[in-house]
Design a protein around this ligand. Structure first.
Ligand SMILES: Nc1ncnc2c1ncn2[C@@H]1O[C@H](COP(=O)(O)OP(=O)(O)OP(=O)(O)O)[C@@H](O)[C@H]1O
Ligand SMILES: [Mg+2]
Length: 343
């Protein structure tokens, strides 16, 4: 593809560049495999025992294994390679820098601040909250803040029981599973549903108790729509001070969603023809207009996966297929995917 050229106007994410030849997409170059580490099996934590606060456990002479520093670099790179999310990245880099500096201050026997790391992630579905939380868990593990750094993802039904005492038991079980890592409570505001008599309140009380009991070994992230989460925090003043870090996940622009689609396809070794890409742009624009909470990156993933299946049905009918046939998704594939993705 020596005669190709970069067109950053099409895909402005740092991880990808399109090669164009006479207006036709002929190749997609990965500047960096954004997801290269996501699917690798998590390696065992080399870190010192965890600490749910910024003040980390002293680790001997303060030295970290080289491997850990490399991994931290890789994880931060992975965060950077997510499309958009500039304010989220900035926030997380701040948290990381603060933790790191407290560590260095500790080494120099300077006063170091302990700061709670419990957070609230506010945003619509498909805005990257779970993906970022996973990256955070791994970052905290490598930085010696949490010993395991795994993500225990739960929602109301995993915490709230059906009879008195059942909720506390269910919630305690989930806290136990998340020890050493992150307890990620999706749509956390729904715990306040139903008011005082609802068992959701018991779940909240049990979570607060769990936070106190395991403050050196657990980070909790509450996630949900911005307005609902703001209301939830207002009605639970005790929670506000316990969850000092609030991060907003804005909806993606059409351009960002297209770039996310490119990344998803690239990871799967598929490519859109120019026509398919134009069709995808129109679909994203019209769906965003129709649906208030348009599903964001999740919608794009559904569309991409659907288009792959549509392509397969088209190809399986052919007596023979070449490499290009297997890779390319056409406008017609995308049109069929559009018509069926919500069915
Ligand atoms: N900025 C991004 N760059 C690349 N891919 C992304 C980005 N944000 C989200 N994705 C992809 O979109 C999909 C949905 O993202 P994710 O599950 O993190 O969103 P979410 O906010 O947790 O959604 P929900 O509230 O519905 O659980 C995943 O496949 C994820 O890999
Ligand atoms: Mg999620």
């Amino acid at each position: 593809m020596d005669n190709g050229f970069y067109d950053q106007a099409v895909c402005a994410c740092p991880a990808h560049r399109y090669y164009y030849d006479a207006g036709e997409v002929v190749g997609l170059v990965k500047v960096k495999m954004w997801n290269s580490t996501i699917n690798k099996k998590a390696s065992r934590a080399p870190s010192a025992p965890g600490n749910g606060r910024v003040r980390p456990a002293p680790d001997g002479n303060g030295a970290r294994p080289d491997g850990s520093i490399e991994k931290i670099g890789e994880i931060r790179q992975e965060l950077e390679s997510l499309v958009g999310l500039s304010s989220v990245k900035k926030h997380i880099n701040e948290i990381y820098a603060f933790m790191e500096i407290q560590k260095r201050r500790q080494k120099e026997k300077l006063h170091s601040e302990a700061q709670a790391l419990h957070m609230v992630f506010k945003g619509n579905p498909g805005t990257g909250k779970t993906s970022v939380a996973r990256i955070l868990g791994r970052l905290f593990r490598e930085a010696g803040i949490l010993p395991k750094g795994h993500l225990q993802e739960v929602e109301r039904a995993d915490l709230v029981g059906e009879y008195i005492g059942h909720t506390a038991q269910k919630t305690r079980e989930q806290i136990k599973k998340s020890l050493g890592g992150i307890l990620f409570i999706d749509e956390a505001y729904s715990l306040a549903r139903g008011g005082e008599k609802d068992f959701g309140k018991e779940a909240i009380d049990t979570i607060v108790k769990g936070m106190e009991d395991s403050k050196n070994n657990l980070v909790i992230i509450l996630a949900g729509y911005k307005e609902e989460m703001d209301r939830f925090m207002e009605t639970n003043p005790g929670l506000r001070s316990r969850f000092p870090i609030h991060i907003n996940f804005p909806d993606y622009s059409t351009r960002e969603l297209l770039c996310i689609a490119d990344m998803m396809l690239d990871q799967r070794e598929y490519r859109l023809t120019n026509g398919a890409r134009e069709e995808l742009r129109l679909i994203i624009e019209s769906l965003c207009r129709l649906h208030q909470h348009n599903g964001n990156a999740r919608l794009v993933r559904n569309l991409v996966e659907r288009a792959m299946r549509v392509q397969a049905v088209r190809l399986v009918a052919l007596p023979a297929t070449g490499r290009d046939d297997l890779v390319l998704i056409t406008r017609e594939d995308m049109v069929v995917a559009r018509d069926t993705v919500y069915n």
